[in-house]
Design a protein around this ligand. Structure first.
Ligand SMILES: NC(=O)c1ccc[n+]([C@@H]2O[C@H](COP(=O)([O-])OP(=O)(O)OC[C@H]3O[C@@H](n4cnc5c(N)ncnc54)[C@H](O)[C@@H]3O)[C@@H](O)[C@H]2O)c1
Length: 379
């Protein structure tokens, strides 16, 4: 069975999807019936997608090319409107993360899913990891700590009009270290904490440069049952920490699928990732194949992301802690790698461990609404 597939948002991260489309097309699994972008998109040697029609308006693509499956890879604040059009056209959807901007938008999309009977898979590709499945099966006890320390130059924030912003032309947009680059870490930790229903969010958000949102974020979620997830991530570190999720004595390096379970001396690679588009196609053919990242599984992620971006603006990290990055194009925060590791492993926020420049955390109860991702998953 060949599926008719289209991509809306073919530039930027859309190249990643074009490569998948080229591969699946070469295998004869899909027919690529259209690409859409507001801007011209250069064919890439890895994914020329020769002869595929190009559209500048997604409604024209839906009407003319009549895809059965559509990938949306446009900026997050544009997702809902395009997604509703896709579902209304009768197509199934692979929607990039973060799927929507708020719980209200999540509800609108969930209603459209129910009304149309179509499928929505969300672009959290790390959920297809065999290492994550093994960690969940082992179910180690203990609090969850997430740490990551990356470097993004200042020019990273010039790549798109919404990068580093809270609003564009008066409309809210969604960006920030934990809601965007480290979104996979947050989503993985919510899935690991099976059935986690956050009751309280405590947040310290900081910026090392002149942006409106945070590039260094410390978050502690306390569940209704007292379980805790603490996340500490930065985009302003000279020392690279790829991204670790600790669960008691277990550690998953989530970008590389390296796992160390309690009692094991060293981390080992657990190969195997199921692709989200392939999984969606398999599910269309056989509903017995579960979707890896159905919309409902992301409800808690969206509630937390919404609460993060609604929090007061980030505090500036003092200039005297900033050092020029050796490659130029921006600064790093001295010692930030040690701080994120300490916060993740102790579950204590910078303000609670005597960090001189730390601000008091923003505390907000998270309302319970609808079903949790874990309940939805077991339906
Ligand atoms: N899953 C991942 O690991 C991952 C990684 C990076 C980005 N993303 C997500 O992918 C999405 C796109 O991110 P990006 O950095 O490429 O953003 P971007 O701002 O570069 O936009 C991507 C493309 O969408 C096009 N576009 C914008 N509005 C459009 C519209 N209405 N119709 C058609 N095309 C439109 C832009 O011209 C651009 O070419 C975001 O949701 C982002 O969070 C996911």
């Amino acid at each position: 069975m060949t599926h008719r597939v289209a991509l809306i948002g073919a530039g930027g991260h859309g190249l990643w999807h074009r490569r998948t489309l080229q591969r699946l097309s070469d295998q004869g699994r899909i027919e690529v019936v259209g690409l859409c972008d507001r801007q011209p998109v250069e064919p890439h040697p890895d994914a020329p997608l020769t002869g595929v029609a190009f559209y500048t308006d997604h409604t024209e693509l839906l009407r003319t090319a009549r895809p059965e499956v559509v990938i949306i890879c446009t900026p997050p604040h544009t997702h809902l409107r395009i997604a509703l059009d896709v579902l209304g056209s009768g197509a199934d959807l692979l929607l990039e993360k973060p799927p929507v901007m708020s719980s209200a938008e999540h509800d609108s999309l969930a209603e459209a899913v129910a009304a149309t009977g179509r499928l929505v898979q969300v672009g959290f590709q790390a959920l297809g990891s065999a290492a994550l499945a093994e960690l969940r099966a082992a179910a180690p006890a203990g609090p969850i700590g997430v740490s990551g320390a990356w470097w993004r130059p200042d020019s990273y924030y010039l790549r798109a009009p919404w990068a580093g912003r809270r609003a564009v032309a008066g409309r809210p947009v969604l960006d920030g270290a934990l809601v965007n680059p480290f979104a996979h870490a947050l989503m993985q930790s919510l899935v690991i904490a099976d059935g986690f229903q956050p009751a309280l969010m405590e947040l310290e958000r900081y910026r090392s440069r002149a942006i409106e949102t945070d590039d260094t974020t410390f978050l502690r979620l306390t569940g209704e049952d007292g379980q805790r997830i603490t996340a500490a991530v930065t985009l302003a570190s000279e020392v690279f920490i790829r991204g670790e999720i600790q669960v008691g004595e277990a550690v998953l390096e989530y970008p590389t699928d390296r796992l160390r379970l309690p009692g094991e001396a060293e981390a080992r690679e657990v190969p195997g990732r199921v692709g989200l588009l392939e999984n969606l196609l398999d599910h269309r053919r056989d509903s017995g194949v579960p979707l890896i990242a159905p919309l409902e599984r992301t409800r808690t992620f969206t509630a937390v992301a919404e609460a993060i971006v609604a929090a007061p603006p980030p505090a500036a990290i003092p200039q005297n802690l900033l050092r020029p990055h050796p490659d130029g194009d921006g600064y790093v925060v001295a010692g930030i790698d040690e701080l994120v590791q300490r916060v993740a492993s102790t579950g204590r926020l910078p303000s609670e461990i005597g960090t001189a420049w730390a601000e008091q955390p923003h505390r907000v109860p998270l309302r319970k609404k609808g079903v949790t991702h874990a309940q939805a998953q077991h339906r």
